[in-house]
Ligand binder design. Structure first.
Ligand code: SAM
Ligand code: MD0
Ligand code: SF4
Length: 355
């Protein structure tokens, strides 16, 4: 596959995938094994061809608001795990309002409200409902929530009060690996929460990590696992070892695997939302991820903001370089541009009818 393909055959493959061609496990195995630059470039080319069929040069931009970094869980990969002795914060209403004001007028399509599984909100979900309502009133934009696992009745109330998308990443659909990552957390609870959310009209994002003990077979299990629930958005992030965590001494992996998997996700989910997260390698990394077939830029944070990302490539940087204006400027240099808000709203409306 790909290696000996001519330009015409690559274009035919892209057209076939647009028309619904499904890759076999053996073909996924072959694609995941690619290492030669020429073959990688062919994979990225086919992926961009498929993406451009559905989205052209238009990109969606999500602003990231990590409103509480408290968490009761102990994910082995996460800086914010409960036992890590770090500075934590929980935004109050005024601070959330100020962030909304800083974001108003910025060219973003959705606000991503993320928290650790903070008992302050998890034990009193009304507080989270109020926060979603406030951001909806202030911004009038679609809202993604990334709260961890919440009960169905809470998800329903959040949706009724303005939450449009649920981001809840499985990390891996390989249950042996899952147990080592999301320590003490039910595999099925995450799967069921996404499925329930989808049934009541949320858009749903699933995601996996790479560079964390996943191999080709485990990655194929994850790709098929994501395919099963057919999420509206699918992501992959390179695991970045975090100080103070059990995996802090893991050798961090280059982004090649992530870029390959982004392209393979595009071939498997041709018309879905696939993010290039700024959290990993900032705007330079965004370029690579968009060229691999992504069509969303996430983890956008205003320049003067002191909010955390999740992986925070820029934690030790003097200043941040992942504000909307800097992102849009670089998109322009790539011949890409933000999509119209109406295009994104159409995706949201399509969800409402549970399509
Ligand atoms: N607490 C919520 C949860 O766990 O679903 C939201 C927090 S944030 C969105 C969590 C996600 O960030 C994880 O699901 C994981 O995919 C990603 N993440 C966390 N730590 C990471 C790390 N060290 N490297 C790469 N991705 C990481
Ligand atoms: C990102 N820092 O996109 C964000 C986060 C949560 N829904 C997204 C992982 O990289
Ligand atoms: Fe908590 Fe989410 Fe980090 Fe796990 S990934 S420790 S649930 S913030």
């Amino acid at each position: 596959m790909l290696k000996d393909m001519t330009q015409k055959e690559l274009d035919e493959l892209a057209q076939g995938l647009v028309n619904g061609l499904r890759l076999t496990d053996d073909e996924l195995r072959e694609l995941l094994s690619i290492s030669e630059k020429d073959d990688l470039d062919k994979l990225y080319y086919v992926s961009r061809k498929v993406r451009d069929h559905f989205f052209g040069n238009k990109v969606f931009l999500y602003s990231f608001v990590y409103f509480s970094t408290y968490c009761k869980n102990k994910c082995s990969f996460c800086y914010y795990r409960t036992s890590n002795d770090i500075e934590r914060y929980r935004l109050d209403t005024e601070e959330v309002r100020n962030i909304c004001n800083a974001l108003k007028g910025e060219n973003i399509h959705m606000v991503d409200l993320t928290m650790g599984e903070d008992p302050y909100f998890h034990d009193n979900p009304e507080r989270f409902v109020e926060l979603v309502k406030l951001v909806k009133e202030e911004m009038g934009l679609p809202i993604m929530i990334s709260p961890g696992v919440m009960d169905n009745d809470v998800l329903r109330e959040l949706h009724e009060n303005g939450a449009n998308f649920l981001a809840l990443y499985q990390e891996t659909h390989d249950q042996d690996l899952y147990r080592k990552l999301r320590v003490g957390q039910s595999f099925q609870d995450r799967v069921k929460a996404r499925s329930f959310a989808r049934s009541i009209g949320y858009g749903v994002e699933d995601g996996i990590l790479t560079g964390i003990g996943d191999g080709i077979e485990s990655t194929i299990r994850s790709l098929r696992g994501m395919e099963e629930s057919s999420p509206d958005m699918v992501r992959v992030m390179t695991f970045v070892p975090q100080e103070g965590t059990p995996l802090e001494n893991t050798i961090s992996q280059s982004s090649v695997s992530e870029l390959k998997i982004i392209s393979i996700l595009r071939l498997m989910f041709p018309d879905r939302l696939i993010p290039a997260s700024l959290d990993l390698e900032g705007i330079d990394g965004m370029v690579l991820r968009l060229n691999a077939g992504a069509n969303v830029v996430t983890s956008i944070i205003p320049a003067e903001s002191t909010l955390e990302g999740v992986v925070n490539y820029d934690r030790k940087h003097e200043e941040r370089d992942r504000d909307p204006k800097s992102v849009i400027k670089r998109l322009g240099e790539m011949g890409m541009e933000p999509a119209e808000q109406a295009d994104f709203n159409r995706i949201i409306e399509g969800l409402q009818c549970g399509a």
